[in-house]
Design a protein around this ligand. Structure first.
Ligand code: GDP
Length: 179
């Protein structure tokens, strides 16, 4: 189906412990050691892959570069300017991480004022139903306010994680096609 789109740089953002590393491992295909093209996440936090979405190939570079501990603005700024698109993660079991996601959304808007930068708000750990602190409606409402898409995922159960990656590619294509 012609040339693959991209490479699209997709950056993982979110508080510590929300599941960014788990997302990166699923993307890198850590489970599938047969694939010699697997990225080595132990040496860097960047992984480039060609994935098929809706019958069309796309090259996606996933960056797990966000250091949630740093308050070095230069480092944050660089990260906020690196992505073509962002997966903004929080954990549904951790309200503080949900509030942090809102803050990051605001910082993102300051650093990357480009219109229509694709962002998906991702409520991870939805397998931990008994520890839920953030309802699905709250997540959805927050995404509506912030003008981005919303999905709940479980990296532990590998539930909806690829849907999130595919969703971001679809948004990147929509933006490309509208240019
Ligand atoms: P990071 O700091 O954002 O990179 O978070 P990690 O990917 O290191 O995840 C932090 C912890 O949460 C680890 O112990 C993961 O195994 C766990 N974790 C990540 N995603 C999920 C999930 O969807 N469900 C559950 N139950 N645990 C998860």
């Amino acid at each position: 189906a012609g040339e693959p789109g991209g490479p699209y740089r997709v950056v993982l953002l979110g508080a510590a412990g929300v599941g960014k590393t788990a997302f990166a491992s699923i993307f890198a295909g850590a489970e599938d050691s047969m694939d010699s093209e697997d990225c080595d996440l132990s040496t860097d936090d960047v992984c480039e892959k060609e994935i098929e979405v809706d019958g069309e190939c796309a090259t996606v570079t996933l960056l797990d570069m966000w250091d949630s501990e740093t308050d070095d603005e230069w480092v944050q700024e660089r990260c906020m300017q690196t992505g073509d698109a962002y997966l903004l993660l929080y954990s549904i079991t951790d309200r503080a991480s949900f509030l942090r996601a809102s803050e990051l959304r605001i910082i993102l808007r300051q650093f990357c004022p480009a219109q229509h930068t694709p962002i998906i708000l991702v409520g991870n750990k939805c397998d931990l139903v008994r520890r839920r602190e953030v309802s699905m409606n709250e997540g959805r409402a927050c995404a509506a306010v912030f003008d981005c898409k919303f999905i709940e995922t479980s990296a532990a159960m590998q539930h909806n994680v690829w849907e999130a990656f595919h969703g971001i590619v679809r948004q990147l294509r929509l933006r490309r096609d509208s240019k």
